[in-house]
Design a protein around this ligand. Structure first.
Ligand SMILES: [Zn+2]
Ligand SMILES: [Zn+2]
Length: 239
């Protein structure tokens, strides 16, 4: 009843463009913009980068793996991203991460999980952890909000206790790839050594840019005996 009256007095608005929304979270226009950036096959079977990024046409795919996955060993079995990190999704991620539009996180998490398949069902879902100092500042872990939706889809539990960020790193944004890799090394630890042994772990984060953070998390999980899958809401289209 209360929410009915609140909706009349303060009608819900689209968090991206502020127009009034009758149904759902985003207005039809913003939803359309977002869905136009959905990553669809063909993409690399390992890292999930769309082959279109390499200028390959759909009818002429040279290989199942991209150049980067052929030449470099990756610490995960499969990585998938729902959207190309450009346009409306950049704005949407910014809004839920820094402006506290947490209702968007659930919505985007559902969109990401619903359209993404893995070759094996995960046993457990693990969000990329924030250091406790940063968690205190932000008030929530955006990856945990997304991880919950993935866990619902696969009907498994979220484990947000056994992978910890033990070292707070400087912001990665201004660093080059090699510096990012060095900066993040040893930043994560598994607290219960038995938690991930012989398990397929689905690691969840908001964005895959250089992948340095995700690779370090995945390596930490692999050392604890896990087989790692990765799901991110969005990714950049270069490896
Ligand atoms: Zn809108
Ligand atoms: Zn690849």
């Amino acid at each position: 009843m209360l929410s009915y009256f609140l909706d009349i007095i303060f009608p819900p608005v689209c968090p991206l463009c502020r127009v009034m929304v009758m149904d759902g979270i985003l207005c039809p226009k913003c939803r359309g913009k977002l869905l136009s950036k959905r990553i669809t096959p063909p993409f690399c079977a390992l890292c999930g980068i769309p082959f279109i990024a390499y200028g390959c046409d759909r009818a002429n795919i040279p290989t199942r793996l991209c150049g980067s996955c052929i030449t470099e060993k990756k610490p995960f079995k499969e990585a998938r991203s729902a959207f190309a990190y450009e346009g409306a999704i950049v704005d949407a991620i910014h809004r839920f991460k820094y402006n506290g539009a947490v209702e968007l996180a659930g919505y985007l998490g559902r969109l990401a999980s619903d359209g993404t398949e893995f070759s094996a069902r995960p046993d457990v879902v693990v969000p990329v952890p924030l250091h406790k100092k940063r968690l205190r500042r932000r008030g929530f872990n955006q990856s945990l909000l997304l991880a919950r939706e993935a866990a619902k889809k696969f009907s498994v539990k979220v484990d947000c206790l056994n992978l910890k960020r033990v070292r707070d790193t400087d912001a990665q944004a201004n660093l080059k790839l090699k510096e990012r890799e060095d900066n993040i090394k040893g930043a994560f630890a598994v607290t219960d050594g038995k938690a991930f042994g012989n398990k397929t772990v689905l690691l969840v984060d908001d964005v895959f840019t250089t992948g340095a953070t995700i690779r370090e998390c995945a390596r930490t999980l692999e050392r604890a005996g896990a087989e790692v899958q990765v799901l991110t809401l969005a990714r950049t289209l270069i490896n």
